[in-house]
Design a protein around this ligand. Structure first.
Ligand code: GLC
Ligand code: CA
Length: 530
């Protein structure tokens, strides 16, 4: 059973905005907050009721805002705090909640704290991890050693990500006080929740030689989010928890920690590392989704239903057919995820089937994570192989500007954008999709409206019933004696036996009046009421 405290979150449908690439209103090639305000009708029309905004704080943008230099102000390129307030009001007026991205694990090296810490100016001396010699052989996520020498201080500091992203020392109580007051600052400004960046890393396990899940993790999370002031807000942690007990420790209601976590198992398929493809099956992906959904539901927890975010190439391109069956696979995936039990997250552009992009020059890539890969491969792989790998795995795939229409730069901006435009924007853009007979956007609208109006989908129990069938995924949602069955076909043609095909066909991505005796077409989705 899910508690009342959590149950209402099941009604949220969250749309993630990566502001840099959403919509540019002042013609500088960079998306901005006014751009979000101007596009609220789009969100309303789609039917979402919450926005997760990737970081918009002051930042030198080494990692596109995930390197914060002032947590209480807005990045110049995105606008001002006044613009932010206008955006907040516009969202709230339209019934859309606002979730800010909170980045506690590290700051920018341009943050005042780090500048002073390098100079050993109190109280900032120990705001970061400093040591005379690297304390271990940890590697930074974007390549190289996680320890960097500072000439100025004559010591090494820890950075789990880029050199310009020093890790904060949470064992210092002053750091925790700073973080609480930043959280409170935004709560006082009316935000409805936070997505918390790499929360599992705020306590390091130096003794156990792991840079996440340290001995004080839960104590610190509670200190930040288990307070009177934070008790009603929504929190979702980016956390690489791999077993259910770990998730329970973060999210069980009596823990006073977080509302939910992202589980990533299902998007780890199809690669051996970020830039190297590997075989996959949709059945194995569905099995992960099913496993976590079952476990979270059993434990009265909230599951997060997502396929895309700003750190992943597009799910549709990785695991679907983004060519001649783009509509079919995009809409089947929508049903596979968003009729499940949990909180839907939709990443910008996904709602009309944006795919990965194709670029033939390294200069078309921007992400800090690509750089290390590119330089480490030079001399090892052919140039064309390196580009294939980047096109396959780069996070830039999700960060190309949203293609609103067929105009130059996809209608994102009147000038050349900060990152080269999505390579398929002439073929795939919102306007064109809306005017096409098979509109992914129209299907999303229908599906989300269906979800909102169905207590079975919102609150119902979840059970997988795929059984002995070939490549497909079938699940059942049940609430107060009523049932809905969702059938997702993964094969080109498939004879699926499902005891419920006599039911009323409520939703389909093919033009059918009934289920045709269990013969399923490629990527067919069918939703029956029993
Ligand atoms: C998270 C963010 C990612 C960022 C990293 C460092 O994984 O989602 O975009 O690069 O943290 O902040
Ligand atoms: Ca702009």
């Amino acid at each position: 059973m899910i508690s009342d405290k959590y149950k209402h979150f099941l009604e949220w449908i969250i749309y993630q905005i990566y502001p840099r690439s959403f919509y540019d209103t002042n013609g500088d090639g960079v998306g901005d907050l006014n751009g979000i305000t101007q596009k609220i009708e789009h969100l309303k029309e789609l039917g979402v009721n919450a926005v997760w905004l990737s970081p918009c704080y002051k930042s030198p943008n080494v990692d596109n805002g995930y390197d914060v230099s002032d947590y209480r102000d807005i990045m110049d390129e995105f606008g001002t705090l006044e613009d932010w307030k206008n955006m907040r009001n516009a969202l709230h007026d339209r019934g859309i909640k606002l979730i800010m991205d909170f980045v506690p694990n590290h700051t920018s090296n341009q943050h005042e704290w780090f500048i002073k810490s390098k100079k050993k100016i109190p109280p900032y001396t120990d705001y970061y991890y400093w040591a005379d010699e690297p304390l271990n052989d940890w590697q930074a996520c974007f390549g190289g050693s996680a320890w960097e020498y500072s000439e100025e201080r004559g010591q090494y500091y820890l950075h789990s990500y880029a050199v310009e992203q020093p890790d904060l020392n949470f064992d210092n109580p002053n750091v925790r006080e700073e973080m609480k007051s930043i959280i409170d600052f935004w709560i006082d400004l009316g935000v409805d929740g936070f997505r918390i960046d790499v929360i599992d890393q705020i306590s390091k396990d130096f003794d156990g030689n792991k840079n996440r899940f340290g001995p004080h993790l839960h104590e610190y999370i509670r200190e930040l989010f288990g307070r009177e002031k934070t008790k009603n807000i929504f929190t979702v942690g980016e956390c690489w928890a791999t077993d259910i007990d770990e998730v329970i420790r973060h999210c069980a209601e009596n823990r006073n920690e977080l509302s939910c976590l992202f589980q990533f198992d299902h998007i780890e398929h199809g690669k051996t590392d970020r830039f190297t493809p590997a075989p996959f099956t949709l059945k194995a992906i569905a099995a992960d989704i099913s496993k976590w959904q079952t476990l979270t539901v059993q434990n009265g927890l909230l599951y997060t239903l997502f396929m895309d975010n700003h750190d992943q190439p597009r799910f549709l391109s990785r695991f679907g057919n983004d060519k001649d069956l783009r509509y079919e696979s995009a809409t089947m995936f929508a049903g596979m995820f968003y009729l499940g039990r949990g909180i839907p997250f939709i990443y910008q552009g996904q709602e009309f089937g944006m795919t990965n992009s194709r670029h033939e020059e390294y200069s078309h890539f921007r992400d800090v994570e690509n750089k290390h890969f590119y330089h480490s491969q030079s001399g090892k792989l052919q140039k064309s192989d390196v580009l294939d790998r980047l096109n396959f795995g780069s996070r830039d795939n999700a960060r190309r500007p949203v293609a609103w229409n067929c105009e130059k730069y996809g209608g994102f901006s009147s000038v050349e954008p900060w990152i080269p435009t999505y390579s398929r924007y002439q073929e795939i853009n919102l306007e064109k999709d809306k005017n096409s007979e098979k509109s992914i956007f129209e299907f999303y609208k229908k599906l989300l409206a269906f979800r909102k109006n169905s207590p079975m989908i919102l609150y119902g129990a979840y059970k997988e019933i795929t059984g002995e069938n070939n490549d497909c995924y079938i699940y059942e949602r049940e609430y107060q004696g009523e049932k809905i069955i969702v059938v997702c076909n993964f094969e080109k043609e498939n004879q699926i036996s499902c005891p419920y095909t006599q039911g009323e066909l409520l939703l389909t991505n093919y033009n059918r009046a009934n289920n045709l005796n269990g013969n399923y077409a490629p990527y067919e989705l069918a939703v029956f009421k029993i």
